[in-house]
Write a protein that binds this ligand. Sequence first.
Ligand SMILES: *Cc1c(COP(=O)(O)O)cnc(C)c1O
Length: 402
Amino acid sequence: MSFEELVATEHAYHMNVYGRQPVAFVRGEGVRLWDTEGREYLDFLSGIAVVSVGHSHPKVVEAVRDQIGRLTHVSNLYYTEPQVLLAQRLHDLLGWGKVFFANSGAEANECALKLARRWGRRDGAERTGVVAVLGSFHGRTFTTLAATGQPAKHAPFAPLPGWFRYVELDDIAALDRAIDDGTSAVLLEVIQGEGGVRASSPEFIGAARRLCNERAAALVFDEVQTGLGRTGRWFGFQHYDVLPDIVTLAKALGAGLPIGACVAREEVADAFKPGDHATTFGGGPVVCAAALAVLEVIEQEDLVQNAERMGTHLVEGLQKATASDPGVTEVRGTGLLCAVQLDGDRAADVVTAARDRGLIVNNVTPSAIRLAPPLTVTEVEIERAVALLADALAAVRERPGG
Ligand SMILES: *Cc1c(COP(=O)(O)O)cnc(C)c1O
């Protein structure tokens, strides 16, 4: 199919929900992608922080091939070894917790909120509310959309579940007012991803922990984007001196295969009884084999440390390259989750200009460009990406009205 045919066929037969970039990829390897026209790109988005070990990592490919050829699916009516091993592995990484496997980030968050509701009734109390943060992103199901603190996304689908309250990021007084004896959970991203790579203050995260303890609510960290090495720690919350009751994971876990996980400390996890929650596909042998391989690669190749080192390199490189650009107001990031903040809504134009130069990034907000390369990225690749992005920024700036 030619690229033009592909686009026309998509428009005819796929629902029109994605504002897609005019490119179709056919192959990936490491930090590189190739499109239908044979053009090569540096991938500094990783499929939105998903392909953390790089495209088609040989160890992941081998694990998936091996498992799919032996056993693909039997349902959760039965035990399967990859699922059990992966649950144990996540427990060992955190040092605590029991796991439920879902198929996506949204589903992992659904599990977390259902579990918090169940745990909230542990002593005959009626804790049903959830406090979330403005600017957050938690998914697209009705409940995770309600949890997502972006009113513009709510409007077309109202009415949404009404048991959510929202506070501004880092507003401790508002958090204190919002959490009460009817609160089952406080749900937040320690670093907001879709919100534009915005890190919470340590004081805010500390206050969330203290208030949840005082008012018997569960503290839930959505680490769907920040988890598993992205920020230069295994978990984003390890930048803060705070432990959650529940943590959700997804994006990076399967390196592109659909898997999510909700991990809760044992006492909380045990609030679920048989029949309370389930999934047909979740935790299947193939995705769990992939995830086991992903975690092994991250560990063996020291990718958490690489993310920290390369992240520093990327932010410093971008700061240096944009120092004399008056349109860039900030370069921020933790590990390999970074954003370049512009003083106006030109991020989409910069993304296009970068793509024309062979660099994949995305406009996470109208005025911010997100960079989230695979954790395997090298210094040479970072230097190349910084040069390409600086060139793209300059090209957009020099346009009339740019
Ligand atoms: C992407 C994302 C989600 C939703 O994950 P899906 O797999 O798209 O359902 C939830 N929370 C955060 C923080 C995310 O970045």
